[in-house]
Every structure is written in C-alpha cells, then in structure tokens.
Design a binder for this molecule. Structure first.
Ligand SMILES: Cc1ncc(COP(=O)(O)O)c(C=O)c1O
Length: 380
C-alpha cells in the first residue's frame, strides 16, 4: 500500500463555492466570500481585526511592516521554525535572533528568550509547533516588562485553544496559514489578526498597497491615493470561497485528524514506549487541532533507519524543520549560530507521521501494524 503524508480534503462544497465566486465576477480580495470568512473568524476572535492574506508568509511580513521594525531592530524567534518566520524580519532589515525550545513541545523556551533580550529587541515571534499552543504566560510577562511586541506565528494552530481561549489571545499580532499542508486550506492562503486597535486602520492601508482605498469604500472620501508604505497582502475572493467551504468543516476535519493522532499516541505509548524518547503531548489545559503527530527517537541513526524501513513499506515518515541557526542562510547571517542544545539535539531525532482527514480505516490499520513491525524488528 502507498500512503500519502498529507492530502488536501475537499468535496462538492468547495467546488460549488468556487463556482459561485467565479460567476460573481468579483475575483479580487475583500469581497463577499472574504467578508463571510472574516466574520466567521471574528466569531472566534471578536476583538481582532482580520485580514485575509495570500499566505502566512505574507501575514508575517505585513505584521512586521505594521510594527515598524527598522533596520538593526532585533526579533527573537525559535530557531526551530520555518524560513518564513525569519524572512519576514529580514526583508525589512530586522535581525532574526534564534533562541532555544522546550523539549516537550518544540515551542520556544521563555528562559532562552530572556537570555537574548537586548535594548534592540523589538519583537518576539513564538510559534505553535504541530498545532500545540506555545505557553504564552511567561513570554507575555517578558514582553510587557521590556515593551516588546508579540507576533504569534500560528501557521499550524488555527482551531487550537489554550485555557479555553483560541490561540493568540496574548499576542499583538497573530498569523495563520491556510496552505495545502494545513488543517484548513485553499492551496495558498493566510490571515493576519491585529489585536491593537490603534493599528487597525494602518493595517488596512498596508494591505491595500499603501492606499486609503478603505476610506473610499466606506464612503468617507470620493477617491483614494498612496498614503503609506504597503504591498498587496490580499487573498483573492476565489480562494476565500474555497476556504469558506473548508471552515464550515472545521469540526469534522479536527475530529477526523484526532482519530489518527490518538491511534499513533496509543501505539507509541504502549509496548513501543522504550524505543522512543517521547511523543507529542496534549496538556489538560489545551484543546488542539491535531495538526501533526511527532515522536523523538533515541538517536539520529535510529531516525534514519526508522524512516528508511517505513519508506520501504510505502509509509512516508518525515523529519521536521532544519533549524534556522544551522541552515545555510542562518549561518550566513552570522547573528547567533552558536549551539542551541535542545534544538540541535531534537531536530536530529524528530519524526512526523502521516496525517490527513480522509485516511481510510484500512490505511490507518496498515500504518499502525507496519509501524509496530518496523519498530519491533529493527530496534529490539
Ligand atoms: C511556522 C510556520 N510559519 C510560516 C509558514 C509559512 O506558511 P505559508 O506557506 O502559508 O506562507 C509555515 C509553513 O509551514 C510554518 O510552519
């Protein structure tokens, strides 16, 4: 059997929705489907201003521009993240400063963040790895103490909750991804939530190429012009139509992923427990979107062997991020390429398992039984 690592999940609802968007003749951004989608996101985030963007990478850039990060400003982020987190800072001349992570969650470690704070630190960007919310209490205390902006890179965590609050509650800015690999997808898409009222209007200008078009659309003026810096950070209504249909299935998608996640969790926490260090873990105070399931193996050699043997059986098991501080680009920045002990160790031991909503019972049973065999045959 050949298993996919990830698979887009759609049916006639997406097709009907996109047909309506095409037929409407309104194909650019912030039209009917975008408005409906934004109001849906606002049900979860009533105090945020929602901007639909072409990707999470674009949302991160928009957030950095909005925050006024200038050349030489420092932004602390985990090294264990995707290139987009750092690129968003680099394009405005900011300096990404890479910190270490918590081994239990692979999310940023507040103790490490504190070590990197200087008078130049303007922003912290935590991420929610695998959809598991980053613990924001200590980060938020640090940010308040030093007057630092928090922008949460929630690329993977739309639909997750921390202490009954949707992720991002303690952040000034929150960025989501609706890329093909995420729980809810329109191929390429994202959103920026702005939680500071004083930034709402400025963000609308930035999203619309630095113009005050918003004011014209609201009937406040009869023409619009270039008034600030900006770019085109707008999701097309055609993609918003697909995404709206996906949002209507949010609960179903999470429920389907949960079944797969729980099957892996049970498998690796049974008699296979001694062959790994740990699995991803959901604390009682979290409700998660089951975006991804990972394990830490005992060594890089174990990981290599496990992945090879799984691949022989048609099951893709993948590594996570290559840490940014030790990547080619990260090293060239010569900022802090030093040893980050937890990141360096665990990035060489982590393995992610396949997960997608319409995985059949037969496929799941095949993965579970073959994984068991691979572990028992090769790691005893
Ligand atoms: C933490 C993180 N940030 C940003 C991104 C980029 O998202 P997008 O592809 O929507 O730009 C990803 C992609 O997986 C990610 O994992």
């Amino acid at each position: 059997m050949k298993i996919s690592f990830n698979k887009p999940y759609f049916d006639d609802k997406e097709l009907n929705s996109v047909r309506k968007a095409l037929q409407s003749g309104n194909h650019s951004g912030n039209k009917e489907f975008s408005r409906k989608l934004k109001s849906r996101i606002n049900q979860k985030y009533p105090n945020s201003h929602v901007f639909l963007t072409p990707s999470c990478s674009a949302a991160l850039e928009m957030g950095v521009m909005l925050s006024g990060i200038k050349p030489g400003d420092e932004v602390i982020m985990p090294s264990y993240t995707f290139s987009s987190t750092a690129n968003a800072v680099l394009v405005f001349g900011g300096i990404p400063v890479f910190c270490d992570i918590n081994p239990e969650t692979m999310n940023l470690d507040p103790v490490s963040v504190e070590q990197f704070i200087t008078s130049k630190t303007k922003m912290i960007i935590p991420i929610d790895y695998a959809g598991i919310p980053c613990d924001m209490d200590e980060i938020s205390t640090l940010a308040k103490k030093h007057g630092i902006i928090i922008m949460l890179d929630a690329a993977q965590s739309y639909g997750s909750y921390l202490f009954d609050k949707p992720v991002g509650e303690k952040a000034d800015l929150v960025c989501f991804s609706f890329h093909e690999t995420k729980n809810l997808s329109c191929g390429e898409g994202g959103a920026l939530l702005v939680n500071r009222k004083e930034w709402f209007e400025k963000a609308a200008f930035i999203q619309e190429k630095g113009t005050d078009r918003k004011r014209m659309l609201e009937g406040l003026q009869d023409r619009y012009s270039w008034i600030s810096n900006g770019s085109s950070y707008i999701l097309s209504d055609i993609l918003a139509a697909i995404l709206l249909a996906q949002f209507e299935k949010e609960k179903l998608i999470i429920a389907k992923r949960k079944i797969i996640y729980n099957a892996y969790h049970e498998l690796f926490n049974s008699d296979l427990k001694s062959f790994i260090i740990r699995t991803s873990k959901i604390e009682e105070f979290m409700k998660v979107n089951y975006h991804s399931f990972w394990i830490h193996m005992h060594s890089n050699a174990d990981r290599k062997l496990f992945m090879e043997k799984m691949s022989d059986r048609g099951i893709p098991a993948y590594i996570g991020y290559v840490p940014l501080h030790s990547s080619k680009m990260g090293k060239s920045l010569k900022v802090n390429t030093e040893y980050l002990p937890v990141t360096d160790e665990l990035s060489s031991k982590i393995v992610r398992m396949p997960i997608y909503p319409d995985m059949t019972d037969e496929e799941l049973t095949y993965i579970i039984s073959n994984t068991r065999e691979v572990v028992l045959e090769n790691f005893n």
